[in-house]
Write a protein that binds this ligand. Structure first.
Ligand code: FNR
Length: 354
């Protein structure tokens, strides 16, 4: 049996296979609410056979949105609208997950197809230190003690709503240069209080967020953290720090580290190529003893299988390849000789015509 199609149990949740949809912003929400686009998009990915469908970054507070068209989980109406989508995702045999996010100093940009960047009417973000993302970005406001408490509470409350919405996996977004990553990296965190300085100080907010989420996210359900395992910049966050942090996250109730990279600063030289982030997942899995997810330019069934076979990760997450082919998991099963059920409605398409 191909490893890719072996179930993965995390706490009481059993993923039917090791293929996850990587969270991908759709920039299509209004007031943080999902709509038919999200139903068709996420529903189609569930039909396509991914074992875990992680909904795009959902902002824990309106000011924490990457763009004004992000999904949110800061109110009950958003949870209710997501519940309908999750019911469909679950009906297809996939586990619905969600990524909880706060964009920090990168908040308030526009949809990429509208040019990205900072639209004139956007709001000013918050950050560990008043350092803008780039020269044409606004200077963020440094969070004070009350603001820090508010961030942890917002993640906690959003996790509670995620539970109400029927999500069974929550991922805390601490990667790609968003708020929690800004705290982790010495390049963006110049604080001199308990939330800056040493690795312990810089990781304090993330650890408090994880602990706060765990107060409402039940024991029986798994919690992921996505890290950028390196900033790809001299003097920035690096794999050694990621391993140390992963060791601290484990006793706080984190079940899997989703290993990405970059996004903190513009114009970092990133050596992107097939599976280029897999070594981070392998190292954290080996050295911190925590299950990991590998992501980034994983596009082939044999490639994904080899990552699992080599013990480099427990789960593979695919992004753009699933946009190109939402039924990639069904095709991968055929390629690897695994037998997986197709949706009954599509069963006649599951074999070549005879
Ligand atoms: C992304 N990515 C991303 N990552 C994340 O952590 N939260 C998010 O909401 C998004 N949004 C997003 C939107 C779109 C359109 C793309 C293409 C990507 C990054 C994504 O999850 C993944 O890590 C990368 O795309 C690398 O994986 P692939 O695409 O090479 O498989």
């Amino acid at each position: 049996m191909a490893r890719l199609f072996e179930p993965l149990q995390l706490r009481e949740v059993v993923l039917p296979n090791r293929i996850a949809v990587s969270p991908m912003c759709q920039y299509s929400a209004v007031a943080g609410l999902p709509n038919d686009w999200h139903l068709v998009h996420l529903g189609g990915l569930a039909q396509g056979g991914a074992g875990l469908v992680i909904t795009e970054a959902a902002a824990v507070a309106p000011e924490g949105r990457i763009s004004g068209a992000d999904l949110g989980l800061w109110n009950g109406a958003q949870a209710e609208a997501l519940a309908r989508i999750n019911a469909f995702v679950a009906s297809q045999g996939a586990v619905p997950g969600v990524q909880l996010a706060h964009a920090g100093r990168k908040a308030g940009s526009g949809a990429p197809w509208l040019g990205g960047g900072v639209p004139p009417a956007s709001w000013t973000g918050v950050a560990p230190s008043p350092l803008p993302f780039d020269t044409d970005w606004p200077v963020p406001r440094a969070l004070d003690a009350e603001g820090l408490r508010g961030v942890a509470a917002a993640f906690r409350d959003a996790a509670g709503r995620a539970l109400d919405a029927g999500f069974r996996v929550v991922e805390v977004h601490a990667a790609h240069g968003y708020l929690l990553h800004q705290f982790l990296s010495p390049l963006t965190n110049r604080r001199e209080d308990a939330y800056g300085g040493s690795l312990e100080g810089r990781s304090r907010l993330l650890r408090e967020v994880v602990a706060a989420v765990r107060t409402v996210w039940p024991e029986r359900l798994p919690l992921f953290v996505r890290l950028s395992c390196t900033d790809w910049v001299e003097g920035g966050w690096d794999p050694e720090a990621s391993v140390e942090l992963a060791r601290w996250l484990k006793p706080l109730g984190v079940d899997l580290v989703d290993c990405s990279s970059g996004g903190l600063v513009p114009r970092a030289a990133i050596p992107a190529g097939p599976g280029y982030q897999v070594p981070f997942a392998a190292r954290i899995r080996r050295e911190a003893g925590l299950p990991t997810g590998a992501v980034g330019l994983i596009t082939g069934a044999a490639q994904a299988e080899a990552i699992l076979e080599a013990g480099e990760a427990d789960l593979v997450l695919l992004g753009r390849e699933l946009l190109r082919n939402p039924r990639w998991p069904l095709a991968a099963a055929r390629e690897l000789g695994a037998v997986v059920p197709w949706p009954a409605q599509y069963a006649r398409g599951s074999r070549e015509p005879v």
